[in-house]
Design a protein around this ligand. Structure first.
Ligand SMILES: Cc1ncc(COP(=O)(O)O)c(C=O)c1O
Length: 389
């Protein structure tokens, strides 16, 4: 069996998660704080605020930016559903923008045509570990006075022009779900370089409290509860997860080197195939390889010829599964999911690349420690099944 991914846990993780249990302090505490400090050090973000997931991080970011009903926010049409959902939570409108099939990220040439007087911001997504083209995105955002919240769920150790994902816009939102490079089970992080915004996020994740329980318990007058100036949420990470975050960060370089080695093995084994587009590479980018996602394209994909290729892709993926090799489609064409399609009367023609990406992507198994033999098996079977299909 070659799984789609493997979380990397060792003795250090097993040991550290016992510490909050032994001390009795299991809610957001010293380990969450340490994890946040390590995340700042790694990403060079000025502030890192741990949360329960990337989805709740995005939720906090929208609240911190005071998103209002009927505001519009530009969102790529191919992404995980929560990128758009976080806008819907505020009765605001996600306005979808098609993606570039070469990168799977927002097509920067299509952003400006979607801007109206109601547009308040953009949520670029760094899909699969490739940072969106942030230079033109920030230029457009500055020109139109829009906020930028980076959905960096997949962006750990992903870099663009020397800067880490999540450090370009107002906020970056990360995920530590087990499909991500480092994991705390569920978990998320918000990054920002703005002091006031950082403080606001700390407050919003904790019901709007002026100080956290951890601060209260370590100060005089600990019996006095906090003051509440904002409408907040309970999106606090537990200290058990925080502890896991600390040991995951300690081995992040090793995990990432292992993932990059696995990606390199695929690059070499798959190079030159005209029916498979490999992950985008460019000197401006250091790919984080949250996933190794290819586009199945025996012919140049269009809305006319996709179905035959889609069926063929599914047949190959299903046979790989029978052989114990687990693959996945890349992610969703969110704009075409039922909720959005019906609510905003969206058709496939509106976002053809997002649709084709959903129908034709294949994610190959990738994890730190995937062996040369395992990647050779994946590629050998993939090539053979393509021939037979
Ligand atoms: C692009 C993107 N955004 C948001 C999320 C949501 O992350 P979480 O599961 O931590 O809420 C994911 C998760 O896969 C994602 O891929």
């Amino acid at each position: 069996m070659i799984p789609i991914t493997k979380a990397i846990f060792d003795e250090t993780d097993l040991a550290i998660i016992q510490e909050p249990l032994k001390s009795g302090w299991v809610v957001q505490g010293k380990f969450v704080k340490q994890f946040e400090e390590m995340f700042c050090e790694f990403s060079k973000a000025k502030h890192s605020i741990a949360t329960t997931s990337c989805t709740t991080s995005l939720h906090i970011a929208m609240a911190a930016l005071d998103l209002q009903p009927d505001d519009e926010v530009l969102v790529p049409a191919f992404t995980w559903i929560s990128t758009a959902n976080c806008v819907e939570y505020f009765k605001a409108k996600p306005v979808f923008v098609d993606v570039d099939l070469a990168t799977f990220n927002i097509d920067v040439t299509k952003i400006e045509e979607k801007i109206t007087s109601k547009t308040k911001g953009i949520i670029p997504v760094h899909l699969f570990g490739l940072v969106a083209d942030m230079k033109p995105i920030m230029e457009i955002a500055n020109k139109h006075n829009l906020f930028v919240v980076e959905d960096a769920a997949c962006g750990f150790d992903s870099w663009y022009q020397g800067k880490h994902a999540g450090t370009f816009g107002d906020f970056g939102c990360f995920s530590f779900h087990p499909r991500k490079a480092i994991t705390t089970g569920e978990g998320g992080m918000i990054t920002t370089n703005d002091d006031a915004k950082g403080k606001l996020c700390q407050t919003l994740r904790d019901h709007g409290a002026s100080r956290s329980d951890f601060q209260r318990h370590s100060q005089k007058y600990s019996f006095l509860l906090a003051e509440y100036h904002h409408l907040g949420f309970n999106f606090r990470m537990t200290d058990i997860q925080g502890a896991l975050g600390v040991t995951q960060m300690q081995k992040a370089d090793r995990i990432m080197a292992g993932r990059r080695q696995g990606a390199k093995q695929y690059d070499e084994l798959l190079k030159g195939l005209d029916w498979l587009q490999l992950p985008f590479q460019h000197t401006d980018y250091v790919h984080g390889y949250q996933s190794y996602v290819c586009l199945f394209q025996p012919e140049k994909p269009t809305l006319e010829n996709w179905e035959k290729m889609h069926n063929r892709r599914n047949e190959i993926m299903s046979k790989l599964e029978e052989k114990g090799i687990i693959t996945r489609q890349g992610t969703h064409a969110v704009a075409h999911l039922d909720y959005y399609k019906k609510k905003y009367n969206i058709s496939i023609q509106d976002f053809p690349n997002a649709f084709l990406a959903e129908m034709l992507t294949i994610t190959l198994p990738l994890y730190a420690g995937i062996t040369q033999e395992e990647s050779e098996t994946v590629v050998r079977e993939l090539k053979q099944l393509f021939k037979e299909s």
